[in-house]
Design a protein around this ligand. Structure first.
Ligand SMILES: [Mg+2]
Length: 388
């Protein structure tokens, strides 16, 4: 038996790509290549800087020591956590798992204990502000094979606004439900308590699959109060980083569904640990992923191995995907085929996807000159800032 190739890290490269993604490529002395994703929408330049610091630290390290590298990246430089540092670490961590799987010739889920399910339930996104656009979007997702979708609850809402701004939301959710689709409603942290509790109550009779970020993730106590008020499952977690950020939500019984984002929470390592942590609070796992194919593949590795996993977000034709879509940089998109609401467990080694490296390099070389993606900034009629 020939010796396994060396995992000593010799290079870490980052690629800024449309629509709003940051891919990470790690190469080892033995010629192994792993891909990660550090996309942090709206803060691309900051993550690029943090990734450069990781490169300076970890080139020369043994990439097999995923846990050791994670601990050093997280703990050795005094300041820790938060979206920027954790997104940079997430990309590196995902790439190292990809390398280890490829080196051993197994999918990452084998290294996490093996499968507890054979396929992963997924949901798509529907955008659109008019009832007609929403209905068309929902019909399209159904055609694509989805049985569940997510939609935004509202546009910009004032701290206390006219209750009329909530009426349209109820009508749109009812329309989508009438097509036989399950619906998650993302409040997006746009509403404050006085409005959020009204909307949560109005939606309850329509049986949404969940309501997401009913308040900003700075409000665990107030979200816990909401959880007491409505029967609808409460989902949250895309803006939480590491297990530590989830802790108050779990201890206060504030959420029913944890939505860590593998590109922000600390990669496959931390997503897997969060899954296990939330399980003991009887909280389900539904990883957030409006991002690219590497993030999706990384989520799916954990999804098939986590007992409390319920549903996976998938960004296929999401409205943010301008200039490139979920499958653009993937050699074989058939691995993500949606059938009857499910995607089969990825079976290839590592992350189970092949990245079109030539396209990534060409595209990044042109795109890096452009301004990085930014979300819109919303203001009310009075000129004051609204949550986006
Ligand atoms: Mg969300």
């Amino acid at each position: 038996m020939s010796p396994l190739p060396s995992s000593k890290i010799v290079n870490l490269e980052i690629f800024r790509l449309p629509p709003r993604w940051l891919f990470v490529r790690v190469e080892t002395e033995g010629g192994l290549v792993g891909w990660g994703e550090s996309s942090l929408e709206g803060h691309t330049e900051a993550v690029e800087g943090a990734s450069a610091a990781l490169r300076e630290t970890f080139v020369g390290w043994d990439g097999d020591r995923i846990q050791d590298i994670w601990q050093h990246a997280y703990r050795s430089r005094f300041y820790r956590g938060g979206p920027v540092l954790m997104s940079a670490l997430s990309g590196l961590d995902i790439a190292l798992w990809d390398i280890k799987g490829k080196k051993l010739g197994v999918p990452v889920w084998q290294l996490l204990g093996g499968k507890v399910r054979d396929r992963v339930k997924v949901y798509g996104w529907i955008g659109g502000d008019t009832p007609q656009a929403v209905l068309e979007g929902a019909a399209k997702r159904k055609e694509q094979g989805f049985t569940a979708v997510k939609m935004n609850g509202t546009g910009a809402v004032d701290w206390i606004d006219s209750p009329n701004v909530l009426t349209d939301t109820v009508a749109r959710v009812r329309d989508v439900r009438s097509l036989g689709l399950d619906v998650g409603v993302d409040f997006h942290g746009r509403l404050h308590k006085g409005m959020a509790k009204q909307l949560a109550k109005l939606l309850q009779p329509l049986n949404p699959m969940f309501i997401e970020e009913p308040l900003l993730p700075t409000q665990p106590e107030e979200i816990a109060d909401l959880a007491q008020m409505v029967a609808t499952p409460i989902a949250l977690g895309e803006r939480l980083y590491t297990r530590h950020d989830f802790r108050p939500y779990l201890e206060r019984r504030a959420i029913d569904i944890a939505q860590p984002d593998v590109s922000h929470c600390g990669g496959i390592s931390e997503l897997h640990r969060i899954a296990s942590l939330t399980e003991i609070y009887d909280v389900a796992l539904a990883p957030h992923c409006p991002l690219g194919p590497i993030a999706l593949a990384a989520c799916m590795q954990v999804d098939v191995a986590a007992p409390n996993f319920v549903i996976q977000e998938m960004s296929w034709q999401i409205h943010y995907n301008q200039g490139a879509d979920l499958f653009t940089y993937v050699v074989d998109s058939a691995v993500f085929a949606v059938k009857d609401g499910y995607v089969e467990a990825l079976s290839g080694p590592g992350l189970g996807i092949e990245i079109n490296e030539a396209l990534v390099r060409d595209t990044a070389a042109q795109y890096v000159q452009d301004k990085a993606w930014r979300n819109e900034v919303w203001t009310g009629v009075d000129g004051s800032l609204r949550e986006w």
